[in-house]
Design a protein around this ligand. Structure first.
Ligand SMILES: Nc1ncnc2c1ncn2[C@@H]1O[C@H](COP(=O)(O)OP(=O)(O)OP(=O)(O)O)[C@@H](O)[C@H]1O
Ligand SMILES: Cc1ncsc1CCO
Ligand SMILES: [Mg+2]
Length: 280
């Protein structure tokens, strides 16, 4: 006999999403980013809108010290230069030593050799807690095929849930795969999150912002997968609230920050659309 019925488990996950949002606001965790130059400002502001504190610090000379005071580390290879990977690995190792979660956003992996080799090197040399990518990126890292052109996903080959599972197995991380439906898996169940709005795909950097939020939630959570579910549900919920009032992508962007800032734990609990399946 399972301890909890599927319905009980569903209610508990939704409740937990609301609780984690309250916890982020109460704890205000410091999220250390080493990230790209395109969306760095949006990543800082979405972290603030959630109630956490961002710091963007990319110098090798301060990587260990900053990881020493942060509550999570977000690594994003969006505008990569080779020396940056060395800094990411120094920071990642320091974060591992302190036991704080490390989130990797392998932006554009598969599009070029530098990106693919860098993502694999980070995964090899650091203990990545949560790997957050779109379907193409996760498909590439699963080894089962994914198409990435520049930073855009053209999807993965096969069933996205199987691809996410396989990627979690191959990399030994919790995988948070974004898209119309987000899939989170790796330390137990598989979660499908149906929150969000197509407008989120019309704005550059929603994937990067999703990784920042995963970093903020993982900093205060004991389960990396539940942190990723709550972060993606919160972001998706903010998108749903912002979209009807938007004239286009740029007013949507403003609305997205405002909606996340105003999102109540009760709205997140009630509005989280999650399906739970048995994991690996
Ligand atoms: N069609 C959609 N419907 C609902 N939500 C969506 C849709 N497309 C994207 N999202 C949401 O947008 C966020 C970013 O996901 P996406 O897969 O588009 O990232 P990405 O393509 O890597 O982003 P970017 O490269 O622009 O930073 C996620 O929270 C996801 O749930
Ligand atoms: C457009 C773009 N190019 C490198 S990073 C980035 C932000 C979205 O991934
Ligand atoms: Mg997209």
């Amino acid at each position: 006999m399972p301890l909890f019925s599927p319905h009980d488990q569903y209610v508990r996950v939704k409740q937990h999403c609301g609780e984690l949002l309250s916890e982020v606001r109460k704890e205000r965790p410091l999220v250390h980013h080493i990230t790209n130059t395109v969306t760095i400002n949006d990543c800082a502001n979405i972290t603030l809108a959630a109630g956490a504190a961002p710091v963007m610090a990319g110098a090798a000379e301060e990587a260990v010290e900053m990881a020493g005071i942060a509550s999570s580390l977000v690594l994003n290879i969006g505008t990569l230069w080779p020396g940056q990977v060395d800094v990411m690995i120094i920071a990642g190792k320091a974060a591992n030593e302190r036991g704080i979660p490390v989130i990797l956003d392998p932006v554009g992996v598969g599009a070029t050799t530098l990106r693919t080799e860098s993502a694999l090197r980070i995964l090899r040399e650091c203990n990545v807690t949560i790997l957050k990518g779109n379907e193409g990126e996760i498909g590439v890292l699963a080894g089962s095929g994914g198409t990435v052109r520049g930073v855009d996903s053209y999807g993965c080959s096969g069933d996205p849930v199987d691809v996410a599972r396989r990627c979690a197995e191959v990399t030994g991380t919790v995988v948070a795969m974004t898209g119309e439906i987000d899939v989170v898996t790796g330390d137990g169940e598989v979660y499908l999150i149906r929150n969000g709005h197509p407008m989120m795909d019309r704005l550059s950097g929603t994937g990067c912002m999703a990784a920042s939020l995963v970093g903020a939630f993982a900093a205060v959570a004991s389960s990396p997968s539940k942190a990723a579910v709550a972060a993606l549900a919160a972001f998706g919920r903010a998108g749903e609230i912002a979209a009807p009032g938007a004239a286009g992508p740029y007013s949507f962007r403003t609305g997205l920050f405002d909606a996340l800032y105003s999102l109540s734990p009760e709205d997140l609990r009630d509005g989280t659309q999650v399906e739970i399946r048995r994991g690996i």
